[in-house]
Design a protein around this ligand. Sequence first.
Ligand code: F6P
Length: 544
Amino acid sequence: MTNTASRAWSALTAHHQKLGKKHLRDLFADDPGRAASLSLSFEDILYDFSKQRLTPETFDLLFKLAETSSLAAGIQRMFNGERINVSEGRSVLHVALRHSSAPFPSAQMDVMPDVLSTRKRMAEFAEHLRAGQGQGHHGAAIRDVVNIGIGGSDLGPKMVNQALRAIAHPALGVHYVSNLDGAQMAPLLQTLDPRSTLFIVVSKTFTTQETMLNATTARNWLTANLGDEVNLEHHFATVSSKPERAAAFGISPERVFPIWDWVGGRYSLWSAVGLSLMIAIGPHAFDELLRGAERMDEHFRTAPLARNLPVVMGLIGIWNTNFLGAASNAVLPYNESLKYLPSFLQQLEMESNGKSVGVTGGPVGSETCPIVWGELGNNGQHAFFQLLHQGGRLIPCDFIASARSDYPLPGHQEALLSNCFAQSSALAFGKSEDEVRESLEKELVPAQQIAELLPHRVFAGNQPSSTLLLKSLTPATLGALVALYEHKVFVQGAIWGINSFDQWGVELGKAVASRILPAFADPSLAAAFDSSTQALLAYCRKQS
Ligand code: F6P
């Protein structure tokens, strides 16, 4: 549970009362060196958190809280391979997936031989396809790869694939199907040639309903289109920890890539779950992605708390959630290639820390994960930013941008970045009544109209944000960025005293769905459900 009875927590509560609603305008006026002192950099990432509503003293107190919560020891326990995922009795070793030397985590429990041999097999498979040597029907070269998976078996590779599309193989199409809704799979199949299509079924458990149904539909589509001569083994590969289930589905053992129980789905893009990504960007770029993440891992493991990016980022979130009372956190990328980052981070953060029961089974005793949401920043400006500016809710924001563009069109990048910087500035500093009056007077607006307009035109400001500015969107920088967020989640889980690596909360809905499904075919089964579910089923029956 969260150590809310600790002196560190009480000191933060008192500090919050003292700091009160002190405005960012005043915090900046008080300290001209604020931007320099409240920012950190790691390789090609600049992390500016000077627009957060805190002071250096806040950090001193937050570091004490981290010490009280044994954060440093917790980090070492993860890197040592201890079974910190207690409710599932598992180690948490996604960091091994980007580690480059053996043994790791220890000579007694060295997972590196499996990791490295799998990465080698992935690279051979990917190179083969990229060279046009992957054979589909009657020797046709594979031209399209479809990743069938959901959650962690979809969001990570899809997000990075989109982020790095500027370096993707020009002739291979890589697609992602996750949804049970046929509206995703059916239109995609219309664009594909079954002779030259490979499906990669990505499912750690090889039981996930969405993935199994989409894989079965893919198999039926191949058989329907290629007839008796179809060799399904040429059209399927899989990533799973259950090879026997993949074999029963008809996937050849040479095309089964393993994943291990010490990798959580939402932390798995670095494993064979990233096979579709490696096919798109090539083994070399995939390796750079891993190296970027590995360097962030090393930074997280060794840097002192005050210069440790994931620690600082995690503690800022604790301050915003537990002391300022923010219920959500917006992720706003100013880079079209990062359009799937908000949904990736939603799973990473909310599936990890969206819990109210602590590691030992008791109530956590404090708020935990905020609601993570977001959208491409520039588009969001013309949609929901109104609420950020004048809705009156406290919503901390992460602005994420790259200084250089992969698609430089004249005038675009500067305009994009100026909007990004303008938004964080406007959110922080707002526009006071005096400033609004002055500008309306300059526009020669009559006094009566000024009085009427004034309340509508005032911006309270004091909305906290951080800006993550990347030099450019390279595989290494992106690897470091994703690892940064992964470790931030770890830091917050440690402070809240929760297990960030299980996800029991997703089970109930799955079980109920499997009970409802037969009621579509057999209406007599509907009587077992509540009246709302019965009515919904009855409505659907009338439409069919
Ligand atoms: O339902 C949630 C979840 O278990 C996620 O944690 C996971 O990433 C996803 O489903 C997919 O699971 P699998 O890889 O076993 O199909």
